[in-house]
Design a binder for this molecule. Structure first.
Ligand code: C2E
Ligand code: MG
Ligand code: MG
Ligand code: MG
Length: 289
């Protein structure tokens, strides 16, 4: 419907506009095909990097963790964000080798930080739904941890509500197997999926990450504030760690401190950083502490 309307508007303003519009559409389709087609080769050639965004503890604002976020360093198109290629990797099944690369790269990064003398921090990695359904996922993670010598208590997996609710019973079993490895489990984008509080109690998870859409409106909308406040209170009383994502301003930190939110992550503190910049960030953070 929207496309039809745009097409109509474009047509009615003349042939040139119509031509431009059609060309753009073709560009989008081409981009989709080019990225999709290039993905297999990109995996073989390891055209990916992980960036790391610090997680900050409240109220002392110490750096206590980081989230690993993938980027595709495309030879012609430059840096491509995960929202543009993770869905393609999901569709094609290439998310399985790509996801394994992410987990291994993250484990090696933890060891590199240790060798560089960085105080131990927890590193989290995002899983996608197809990856979560993979039968030998737990084994793959166990091998990656063992082969790199990473202490599992410094390793966290971020899952979404929809991934867990897809087959709740099977999810619970899988989460328990992960817990036996000694790592921690987090629910990402909390509040955006359809979350059943009854199930939340049954999932053996340790952390809730409040979605950044709720943090964005903090202090601007009473209903939104009430949701954030109640979510943090619920997490605290269930003994879950709670993190606010997408923190961009001091006033948001002040509100979150008031609600007793334990950790924050967002551009106010840092954007996701490449490995070298993250190391500098860490060194500065304990120099000034
Ligand atoms: P996410 O896991 O919820 O990650 C948080 C996203 O919010 C990141 O985008 C991060 O750069 C962005 N962000 C952080 N702080 C702020 C802020 O203050 N303001 C705003 N506006 N945004 C902020 P990014 O890196 O583009 O990643 C997008 C999504 O792609 C992630 O959402 C995650 O779902 C997915 N993703 C990233 N890396 C991986 C991966 O290795 N595997 C899988 N399966 N998915 C990944
Ligand atoms: Mg995440
Ligand atoms: Mg998130
Ligand atoms: Mg997300």
């Amino acid at each position: 419907k929207n496309a039809d309307a745009a097409m109509y508007r474009a047509k009615s303003t003349g042939h040139n506009m119509y031509f431009v519009y059609e060309n753009r559409m073709a560009d989008n389709i081409n981009a989709h095909l080019t990225l999709g087609g290039g993905l297999r080769k990109a995996i073989e050639e390891e055209q990916f990097v992980l960036h790391y965004q610090p997680k900050i503890r409240l109220p002392d604002e110490a750096v206590v963790g980081a989230e690993a976020l993938i980027r595709w360093v495309h030879p012609e198109l430059g840096m491509i964000s995960p929202d543009q290629f993770i869905p393609l990797a999901e569709e094609s099944g290439l998310i399985l080798p790509l996801g394994e690369w992410v987990i291994r790269r993250a484990c090696r990064q933890l060891q590199e930080w240790r060798e560089a003398g960085v105080p131990p921090i927890k590193l989290s990695v995002n899983l996608s739904s197809r990856q979560f359904m993979q039968a030998d996922l737990v084994d793959m993670v166990r091998r990656a941890l063992e082969e790199t010598g990473v202490d599992p208590k410094n390793f966290e997996l971020e899952l979404t509500e929809s991934m867990l609710m897809n087959d709740a019973q099977q999810s619970i079993e899988k989460l328990h197997s992960f817990r036996k490895l000694g790592l921690t489990l987090s629910i990402d984008d909390f509040g955006t999926g359809y979350s059943s509080l009854a199930y939340l109690k049954k999932f053996p998870i340790q952390t809730l990450k409040i979605d950044r859409s709720f943090i964005h409106d903090l202090g601007l909308d009473c209903d939104n504030d009430a949701i954030v406040k109640a979510t943090i209170a619920m997490a605290n009383s269930l003994n879950l760690k709670v993190i606010a994502e997408g923190v961009e301003s001091r006033s948001q930190v002040d509100v979150l401190n008031g609600y007793e939110c334990q950790e924050v992550q967002g551009y106010l503190f840092s954007k996701p950083l490449c490995s070298a910049d993250f190391l500098t960030y860490m060194q500065n953070s304990y120099d000034t502490a």
